[in-house]
Design a protein around this ligand. Structure first.
Ligand SMILES: CC(C)(COP(=O)(O)OP(=O)(O)OC[C@H]1O[C@@H](n2cnc3c(N)ncnc32)[C@H](O)[C@@H]1OP(=O)(O)O)[C@@H](O)C(=O)NCCC(=O)NCCS
Length: 201
């Protein structure tokens, strides 16, 4: 049991029964990020089965530590954070630790909860001798930017997005209408067989 501020919280490893709460927090996190940026590649929220499967595999993965925090005597999680070890023998260093989906419900913020969860994740990385840490966060997420900067994370790679049509316009590439893919596959067959009469398309 860990005391955070004046409220005692339990921080523990998530189990399969926590999946609905993990999905709730993941949805809240995504919704916050959508409010910051409207051009993010986002998970399809309608596909809850996929999210369930995602969390099931994370919980069962030995290279992942998925933590949640709950006020004592409550079954409702109020925070989460994940640490995942990546093994990549072709790179130097050959192992890295990724911090994923750190979230604290708004009414429980500024009580050092994120710090406590990160402390546990760091212990996990230390035990596995993982020193190289990575986190991805949305540019413009002031809370995330402040937190990671404070913890001495330094941005080294930028992921930039664009609409293909905007790029084409900028490069003066004429935009032709594109045949739908079903039509294209018929055309491909036609050119292969040289036999399908145009009227049957
Ligand atoms: C970012 C977040 C996880 C911080 O959780 P928290 O439990 O409130 O954070 P802590 O109380 O442990 O504070 C840790 C540090 O975060 C920074 N921080 C957190 N909230 C902040 C705020 N409102 N303003 C400025 N800095 C803040 C500070 O640097 C703080 O350290 P300090 O108090 O020594 O200055 C939480 O605000 C959150 O869930 N935000 C939405 C999701 C998100 O942005 N996740 C992280 C990016 S992936």
């Amino acid at each position: 049991m860990e005391s955070v501020g004046d409220t005692p919280y339990e921080i523990r490893q998530a189990t399969l029964t926590d999946i609905p709460e993990l999905i709730r927090m993941q949805t809240a996190l995504q919704s916050d990020m959508d409010g910051i940026r409207d051009n993010l590649l986002r998970p399809n929220r309608t596909n809850v089965a996929n999210l369930r499967e995602y969390y099931r595999s994370r919980i069962q993965d030995e290279q992942t530590l998925l933590l949640i925090a709950l006020p004592i005597k409550s079954s409702r999680a109020v925070a989460m954070g994940t640490g995942k070890i990546w093994l990549h023998a072709d790179f130097l260093p050959p192992r890295s630790g990724e911090l994923i989906d750190l979230w604290v419900d708004p009414e429980h913020r500024r009580k050092n909860m994120a710090r406590r969860i990160l402390g546990r994740l760091l212990r996990f990385f230390r035990a596995q001798e993982v020193d190289f840490l990575i986190v991805s966060y949305v540019e413009g997420n002031r809370l995330g930017e402040t937190l990671w900067k404070r913890l001495r994370f330094e941005p080294v790679l930028i992921t930039a997005v664009a609409d293909r049509k905007d790029v084409e316009r900028t490069l003066d590439i004429p935009i032709h209408p594109v045949a739908p893919s079903a039509y294209r596959s018929v055309l491909a067959r036609q050119s292969k067989n040289h036999m399908i009469p145009a009227a049957s398309l």
